[in-house]
Design a protein around this ligand. Structure first.
Ligand code: PGA
Length: 250
């Protein structure tokens, strides 16, 4: 049985004066049972969020890393720095990073390897654009992104990887994939994993759905057999909405 994971992707929002209290409200509401819960704030907010959730089951993650361990890479943050700051997870290859910052399957793969080296759990994001879906290319795009990201990742390491299926057309648009549409792609991803890593590994990997998940649709999405949680953007900035999503995962 895979424990569900509800991850909040706060994107480029909030200041520390807002992030700490929001994290604390969420941590207080979560209690000790239920799904795993993760908050991914901007780099500068990590200490405030880490302190606010200290001693609770809520974990802290980042939204990006660089693959080099240290050196002359102005503006970048290493995997070891994230561990040092108290992170357990890192989002890699979010579609906004692919769209605005030139992230590719190859950079996602390098970052994934780097995260695994320091025991940071990578959350690898994949997803097709609206054009790709309408052209009937969803399956091919997901295959390409998954195989690119996981090149060189062995089965043992794969057990620590989380995948997030986020159709680009559903992110921040209010347009959610139907549970059936999402399940179809999640199943495709799990079948891909089975072919590469075997059934045992494939059955243990968590595959999250992301894209306008909210209180009103979370239970239906999370009720699908291959949807193991959510990567939640907008709704994770509202304590009540996010708590309702966590409750739906119980
Ligand atoms: P959204 O974002 O929930 O606001 O659509 C999800 C994501 O980008 O991870």
């Amino acid at each position: 049985m895979r424990t569900k994971l509800i991850a909040g992707n706060w994107k480029m929002n909030l200041t520390s004066g807002e992030a700490g209290p929001l994290a604390k409200t969420i941590a207080d509401a979560v209690g000790s049972d239920g799904p795993d819960v993760l908050l991914c704030p901007s780099f500068t907010l990590i200490p405030a969020v880490r302190d606010a959730v200290d001693g609770t089951k809520v974990q802290v993650g980042a939204q990006n890393i660089f693959w080099e361990p240290k050196g002359a890479y102005t503006g970048e943050v290493s995997a070891e720095m994230l561990i040092d700051a108290g992170c357990s997870h890192v989002i890699i290859g979010h579609s906004e990073r692919r769209q605005y910052f030139g992230e590719t399957d190859a950079s996602v793969q390098r970052k994934t390897m780097t995260a695994l080296k320091v025991d940071l759990i990578p959350i690898i994001c994949v997803g097709e654009t609206l054009d790709e879906r309408e052209e009937g290319r969803t399956e091919a795009i997901i295959d390409k992104q998954i195989s690119g990201a996981l090149t060189g990742i062995e089965a043992d390491d794969m057990l620590r990887v989380v995948i997030a299926y986020e159709p680009v057309w559903a992110i921040g648009t209010g347009r959610t994939a139907t549970p059936d549409t999402a399940q179809e792609v999640h199943k495709q991803i799990r079948t891909w994993l089975k072919n590469k890593y075997g059934k045992d590994v494939a059955e243990q990997v968590r595959i999250l759905y992301g894209g306008s998940m909210k209180a009103a649709n979370a239970a239906d999405l999370l009720g699908q057999p291959d949807i193991d949680g959510g990567l939640v953007g907008g709704a994770s900035l509202k304590a009540d909405e996010f708590k309702a999503i966590i409750d739906a995962a119980r």
